[in-house]
Design a protein around this ligand. Structure first.
Ligand SMILES: C[S@@+](CC[C@H](N)C(=O)[O-])C[C@H]1O[C@@H](n2cnc3c(N)ncnc32)[C@H](O)[C@@H]1O
Length: 276
């Protein structure tokens, strides 16, 4: 089944999952590329999102060195295909993986079943109305996704934690940020220097003394940890195809020209204890 971009947008990205690998020929009926359409990506092409999302594994591996999820009930807000939820489940008691789109939820459930993980519970739900009771989780995690602070606050238990993860502001598109920034107004024009992407570039840690974090009352400082993570895709032509589809032809040329199968990120975790 093929749709026009208008069909897809009008549906609120709720059309059925497209066949695996069809992203390689996406938009045949409407050649406008639609780069950076991450909702389209989640809702129509979870296979592409899952292949791309290795940086989330890096974030979660680092999180396990900074914070002990052992025995915790965790909600993963904007869980996608499950990269973050599956990693959290290695330590947590239960993970409630919440996402708006059926396609990523179906993909994630199937992947969990294949590897025999039983402590991740996928729920289709909106971050604006989380399908969880108040004070029901010890930790809310949010990787490469947005949250509604009031809803996150509502479901986190007193003295529970909020953990937000993604890239640093000046490195939103990883090592290709400087290449892309001139073409996209929304990318901050002050970009991280190239050296931060070297695999041995040191971690940085600081604390921010806020009593309110993004609308959420917190106890004590927010911990901010930045580190470099190099995702290995194994095959540079595949990485070029993936990034070309997501970020455009400049990204594709970058990896093809360098014959590079790795993608380096400067990532950031922020951890705060909720005050109730
Ligand atoms: C960039 S993905 C991150 C997925 C996952 N956390 C990871 O790191 O691999 C963002 C996710 O937010 C989901 N999303 C978008 N709007 C949402 C909403 N209103 N409520 C819940 N999830 C939403 C998308 O479907 C997508 O799966």
């Amino acid at each position: 089944m093929s749709f026009t971009q208008d069909d897809i947008t009008r549906s609120g990205y709720r059309l059925p999952t497209a066949p695996p690998d069809s992203w390689r020929t996406y938009d045949e009926r409407n050649p406008i590329p639609g780069y950076f359409e991450f909702d389209w990506l989640s809702s129509r092409h979870p296979d592409l999102y899952h292949q791309f999302a290795l940086s989330t594994v890096g974030l979660m591996n680092k999180l396990h060195t900074l914070f002990d999820l052992t025995g915790c009930d965790v909600v993963d807000i904007g869980a996608g295909t499950g990269r973050s939820a599956m990693e959290a489940a290695k330590k947590a008691k239960r993970v409630f993986a919440v996402d708006l789109y059926e396609s990523v939820v179906a993909f994630g459930r199937n992947a969990l079943q294949k590897i025999g993980v039983t402590n991740v519970h996928y729920v289709i739900g909106d971050r604006e109305h989380l399908p969880l009771a108040e004070n029901s989780v010890d930790v809310a995690i949010n990787a490469w996704a947005e949250l509604n602070p009031h809803e996150a606050y509502r479901v986190i238990k007193p003295n529970g934690y909020l953990i937000q993860m993604g890239a640093t502001l000046e490195a939103l598109c990883g090592e290709i940020t400087a290449e892309l920034a001139p073409d996209y107004e929304w990318i901050p024009q002050v970009v991280a220097p190239a050296e931060v992407y070297a695999p041995d570039y040191p971690d940085a840690h600081c604390t921010a003394d806020n009593s309110i974090w993004g609308g959420i009352p917190v106890n004590g400082p927010i911990h901010v940890h930045q580190f470099t993570y190099v995702a290995d895709y194994g095959d540079y032509t595949e990485l070029a195809a993936i990034t070309g589809r997501l970020y455009g032809s400049k990204a594709k040329c970058y990896f093809l020209t360098k014959q590079q199968a790795t993608f380096a990120w400067r990532l950031q975790l922020m951890i705060g204890q909720v005050s109730k």
